[in-house]
Design a protein around this ligand. Structure first.
Ligand code: SAM
Ligand code: DTB
Ligand code: SF4
Length: 362
């Protein structure tokens, strides 16, 4: 894997904008279908009351923000929201929980069942639950999780200005656990938090030198929220979002670049330049986790205007997949209460079952 130095990434970021977009678009077209956009829907399965002090986050308990706090959402509600998301064209659901880390116990067991339930809807599943251990990552993978999101957020140097309750090393350790647990890595960050261009580039250096590089990199523009320490930050100029997306695309050619939080501040023209420059995914719906997002109607209009097509879930819904999956269920003695609801699975899976899971990436 060839990677770029910090100086090289900085030079890319600072290119004349037309050159930067053109170069990024060339890389994008080499590895991705330029008119296809993967669409994910976020579900905030546990909202607010988080013990961490991330300066941007409305869900930190210590900031007085106007969000509705909730304990873990019931299984049926999550599945109903996932079905709705599928009907609205999403191929993936990302469940977010305002936890510092995943704790063993009832809540984690319930999250595993949610992962199974969504995966049985033939959708891809992603989670962002805070820090996790390698064995928790492995259990999520076994339940059918595809990606785990855990952002580096900014450069190692600027991290201390944003969060004091954990360090950059903690973040990197979780990413390592995610990899070892055989999950795909989704990790990116936020721009517009008062960081310098060097910090943006520092974050891209950290991400692009992970080996292997993350399969997915969300680029968020800060959504300043009343009550958080970053409430008074200015909305980041759209040019910075476009530069950041383009640079990400060039230094991580194969990754899915997600144009994430902050789209309500971008008009269709600015988003079009982001897609041109390599963004290949968005979050759909009226709400991200707690903050506003453009909503399905607006996005449908934008897709129509730009001739973009939402991608479907990667084709594993083949007969071969179904046959192998039913064999796997036999191997693991899976018992169902009704379709989609596993009530028992032999966790001491046989070697054969493990092999099939590996083969199916399931
Ligand atoms: N608690 C988990 C964690 O921190 O990893 C998962 C949830 S957390 C809300 C997921 C990500 O949302 C953060 O890492 C951050 O990048 C992004 N985020 C949170 N608040 C944001 C805001 N106001 N604007 C933009 N992005 C934000
Ligand atoms: C990511 O990088 N952005 C998404 C997803 N990963 C989980 C979350 C954005 C959250 C924005 C603030 C909010 O809505 O609370
Ligand atoms: Fe908690 Fe995650 Fe928000 Fe930080 S970003 S306060 S860890 S929910």
């Amino acid at each position: 894997m060839s990677t770029y130095t910090k100086k090289e990434i900085l030079d890319i970021y600072n290119k004349p904008l037309m050159d930067l977009i053109f170069e990024a678009a060339q890389v994008h077209r080499e590895f991705h279908e330029p008119n296809k956009i993967q669409v994910s829907t976020l579900i905030s399965i546990k909202t607010g009351g988080c013990p961490e002090d991330c300066g941007y986050c409305p869900q930190a308990a210590r900031y007085h923000t106007d969000i509705e706090k909730n304990d873990l959402m019931p299984h049926n509600t999550v599945i109903a929201l996932a079905k709705k998301a599928k009907n609205n064209g999403s191929s993936r659901v990302c469940m977010g929980a305002a936890w510092r880390n995943v704790k063993e116990g009832e809540d984690f067991e319930n999250v595993l069942k949610m992962v199974e339930g969504i995966s049985d809807l033939d959708m891809e599943v992603c989670c962002t639950l805070g820090m996790i251990t390698e064995s928790q990552a492995a259990r999520l993978a076994e339940a059918g999780l595809h990606y785990y999101n855990h952002n580096l957020d900014t450069s190692e140097e600027y991290y201390k200005e944003v969060i004091s309750t954990r360090g950059y090393d903690d973040r990197l350790k979780t990413l390592d656990n995610v990899r070892k647990g055989k999950l795909k890595v989704c990790s990116g960050g936020i721009i517009g938090m008062g960081e310098s261009v060097e910090d943006r580039v520092g974050m891209l250096l950290s991400l692009s030198t992970l080996n292997p590089q993350p399969e997915s990199v969300p680029i968020n523009a800060l959504v300043p929220v009343e009550g958080t320490p970053m409430a008074e930050e200015h909305i980041v100029p759209s040019w910075d979002v476009i530069r950041m997306i383009a640079t990400t695309r060039i230094v991580m050619p194969k990754t899915t670049v997600r144009l994430s939080a902050g789209r309500t501040a971008l008009n269709t023209e600015a988003q079009a330049l982001c897609f041109m420059a390599g963004a290949s995914s968005i979050f759909a719906g009226e709400k991200l986790l707690t903050t506003p997002n453009p909503g399905e109607d607006k996005d449908a209009e934008m897709f129509e205007t730009l001739g973009l097509i939402p991608t479907e879930k990667k084709k594993d819904n083949t007969d071969k997949f179904k046959i192998r999956k039913s064999l796997l269920e036999k191997e693991e003695n899976v018992k169902w209460s009704r379709p989609g609801h596993v009530i028992e699975r032999n966790v001491e899976a046989t070697e054969k079952a493990k092999e099939i899971r590996k083969e199916l990436k399931y």
